[in-house]
Design a protein around this ligand. Structure first.
Ligand SMILES: Cc1cc2nc3c(=O)[nH]c(=O)nc-3n(C[C@H](O)[C@H](O)[C@H](O)COP(=O)(O)OP(=O)(O)OC[C@H]3O[C@@H](n4cnc5c(N)ncnc54)[C@H](O)[C@@H]3O)c2cc1C
Length: 394
């Protein structure tokens, strides 16, 4: 099915087997708020051995050199696992190599590709989420170093990462609040821990995973001039490129989650007897199963075709941008609907945290929010549709 090549099927099978190894750890992670560090390190080592780590980076840098479709196939399989246990099959920043200096490559990217370092992203602020341009974080050049200030929200993996990408606007007036308005966007590498970087608080979220999302303050954090990533003013360019990639990977993980849920709920519905017959034979339950597998097929077809389009013509970034938004929008909303039905099919069991449907019901909610909300994806798609016409997108 789907016309996969032998190489595609091979990496898909490896990723599927790996996901099946992780699934037995889910309930322990759920109840303990994550797994012990040594267990996670073992899983990361296994992902590296199986060639499932850094699939999005070129081979000459030590990455997997996979096609976009193959990257999708891997993330789809690890998306079958709850509690973010599949995140050990990490995808380091693939936008970084063309703009990284030799020093940045050696100190940050290459060790990340080897699984020795881990990054996080500090972009969102209390007053700037969907509208990234509204950030108020500032960067001020003082002699040979930059001075960074700002408070960042939802910094995923801050507790496990050892460096972060910090986005700010250039200012010449660090002492005046709001002086950065209209300033150029800059992106910096900040080692963690660094003097001036501190956690304001770590809120609890709907999911229970090892990776936390604290609010982090950057107060007069001094970094060398060489910490600037790429050219001044290009900060937004890199964020946009990363969003495009991550949106496709979100879509892939959502398709994987939906596959797991469809498999689990249909197995349950076939064996659970109520009113003297398996519940799958009750029309109202059968309808939920049929709708779920139909939507999964539609989502997966859209996802794979979007990936294939990028592999065919990587230079067509406009189409890729819109289609990655379409894939993220449809797959994340589809997975949410499937999780809701799965809870219903499992009945009371579906409300227990030891049940996969309950965990995915909570965990999948954020897929419609991060990396751009569903509303933002719709705005992107509609803008391109009205500018370029339907034949450019579908
Ligand atoms: C668990 C989690 C992890 C995250 N990890 C990170 C991270 O690692 N690094 C990071 O920088 N950020 C991270 N984020 C932030 C995330 O990207 C933002 O939450 C997201 O972009 C939405 O921004 P917001 O929360 O400020 O919502 P807002 O932008 O305030 O939006 C609120 C509502 O208004 C709607 N809305 C806003 N603008 C428009 C518009 N123009 N048109 C129509 N509707 C609109 C939105 O769709 C939404 O429904 C994370 C968030 C979560 C929840």
């Amino acid at each position: 099915m789907y016309g996969l090549s032998a190489a595609d099927k091979d990496i898909q099978a490896r990723a599927r087997a790996f996901a099946d190894e992780l699934i037995p750890f889910e309930v322990e992670a759920e109840l303990a708020g994550g797994l012990p560090d040594d267990v996670t390190a073992g899983h990361r080592k296994r992902a590296l051995e199986l060639g499932l780590f850094a699939t999005n980076l070129p081979r000459e840098l030590g990455g997997g050199g996979c096609t976009t479709l193959q990257q999708v196939l891997v993330q789809e399989q690890v998306g079958r696992v709850t509690n973010a246990l599949g995140w050990v099959a990490a995808t380091p920043p693939s936008w970084f190599p063309p703009v990284a200096t030799r020093d940045q490559l050696a100190r940050y990217l290459l060790p990340t590709i080897r699984g020795e370092r881990e990054e996080c992203y500090a972009i969102t602020e209390e007053g700037a989420g969907s509208d990234v341009d509204a950030i108020e974080a500032t960067a001020f050049l003082d002699g040979g170093s930059w001075v960074l200030n700002g408070v960042k929200w939802h910094v995923t993996s801050f507790n496990t990462a050892d460096y972060c990408f910090f986005q700010a606007k250039k200012t010449d007036h660090p002492e005046r609040p709001g002086a950065a308005a209209g300033g150029e966007h800059l992106l910096f590498l900040v080692d963690l821990p660094s003097p001036g970087v501190s956690v304001v608080r770590t809120p609890a979220y709907s999911h229970t995973i090892t990776h936390h999302h604290p609010i982090v303050a950057f107060e007069n954090v001094r970094v060398p001039a060489a910490s600037l990533v790429g050219a001044e003013g290009d900060g937004m360019l890199y964020s946009r490129e990363w969003f495009r990639f991550e949106r496709l990977m979100v879509a892939a993980r959502c398709a994987g989650a939906a596959e797991r849920l469809v498999a689990e709920m249909s197995a349950f519905a076939s064996s659970r007897v109520a009113g003297g017959t398996p519940i799958a034979s009750h029309g109202l339950v059968a309808g939920m199963l049929a709708d779920s597998v139909t939507e999964l097929f539609a989502a997966r077809s859209l996802l794979y075709e979007t990936a294939r389009g990028i592999d065919r013509d990587p230079s067509d970034t406009k189409t890729a941008h819109a289609q990655c938004s379409m894939a993220k929008l449809y797959c994340s909303e589809m997975a949410g609907r499937v999780a809701d039905r799965a809870v219903q099919v499992f009945g009371g069991r579906g409300y227990m945290r030891e049940n996969v449907a309950e965990r995915f019901f909570r965990e999948l909610r954020v897929e419609r929010i991060w990396e751009g909300t569903s509303e933002i994806q719709r705005m992107i798609v509609a803008r391109q549709l009205t500018n370029r016409g339907v034949s450019a997108l579908a």
